[in-house]
Design a protein around this ligand. Sequence first.
Ligand SMILES: C[C@](O)(CO)[C@H](O)COP(=O)(O)OP(=O)(O)OC[C@H]1O[C@@H](n2ccc(N)nc2=O)[C@H](O)[C@@H]1O
Ligand SMILES: Nc1ncnc2c1ncn2[C@@H]1O[C@H](COP(=O)(O)OP(=O)(O)OP(=O)(O)O)[C@@H](O)[C@H]1O
Length: 286
Amino acid sequence: MEWIEPCPLKVNLCLGVGHLQADGYHEVETLFWRLPSPEILTIREINVNNVRDRIFRSGDPFAGEHLVRRALDLLRRHGAVLPPLEIGCSKVVPAGGGVGGGSGNAAALIRWARRYGFASLLPEETGELGSDVPFLADGAPLAWGGGRGERLLPLSPGVQAKGFLVFPRWVSCTAEAYGRLDALREACGLSQELPDREEGERILSDLRERRVVGLLPNDFVSVSESLHGEYREAWALAEWAGALAWGLCGSGSGWFVVLDPRADATSLGQVLGRLSWVRRLVAWEG
Ligand SMILES: C[C@](O)(CO)[C@H](O)COP(=O)(O)OP(=O)(O)OC[C@H]1O[C@@H](n2ccc(N)nc2=O)[C@H](O)[C@@H]1O
Ligand SMILES: Nc1ncnc2c1ncn2[C@@H]1O[C@H](COP(=O)(O)OP(=O)(O)OP(=O)(O)O)[C@@H](O)[C@H]1O
């Protein structure tokens, strides 16, 4: 048997970071939006006894253990009786870009396991793989997320739009970004007021009505702008292009532009593609 499983990505249409908790994680309040990923998982059953799983890596490189392997281990620990599997994924989305590319690969396997009745994991369980995995594994197009991202309230209907994910030449380590935000807040006495769901609903209603929102609220913007002046150029370009909204992907380094679904994205795509500090451009429609 062979299955093809599409992988999801996420951006945060609003992201507020609260205090560091005793478990080493910060409390967040966020509006998750699922976007289609250019990546897919191919899952093949190995019909030979006493053979181990084979997980193949190709495309864009990344460090550390494959999140798909960790997802397989998690599924089996929770009772999934899976045959040995051969899983492949050609990486297109750069790691450290803030869209949960690796988390989306793991989430795709978890969704596949749920669909075929192998196991149905809870958000608190999938959160072990990464804070964005519960949302990505859930399947809702939009959700308000609390806790570390595992407390989810699905929102509907979705938003029709198109746009770009833009990955710069630098990457952002999530743990470092949270640490820098704490340090910046301590140094500048910045407030830690968390957004509420009403703020998220306002953003959604503007986007559904195709009203311009501008730069989306994300506490990591100040951290990223302090490290890379290029983000200000990014926001100016998005505004010049008549985008509905733009913002940082999670804790960076990627950023995204949301356009009216009827807009012609050609010139913006050409301009973004020519920027010397841009490593990869991914167009999306959803
Ligand atoms: C920035 C977001 O993408 C917003 O959706 C997520 O909060 C980050 O999710 P992620 O990249 O999957 O990160 P994780 O693998 O869960 O966490 C990596 C590290 O980031 C820090 N971390 C992460 C999430 C969180 N709410 N507070 C944290 O302080 C912790 O040091 C943690 O060890
Ligand atoms: N299949 C995978 N694809 C990409 N990265 C992976 C994968 N498996 C493990 N990783 C590691 O996990 C980290 C987190 O990946 P993920 O794509 O979920 O998060 P991100 O928000 O895009 O980036 P980061 O958390 O690194 O800022 C990556 O930085 C990478 O080192």
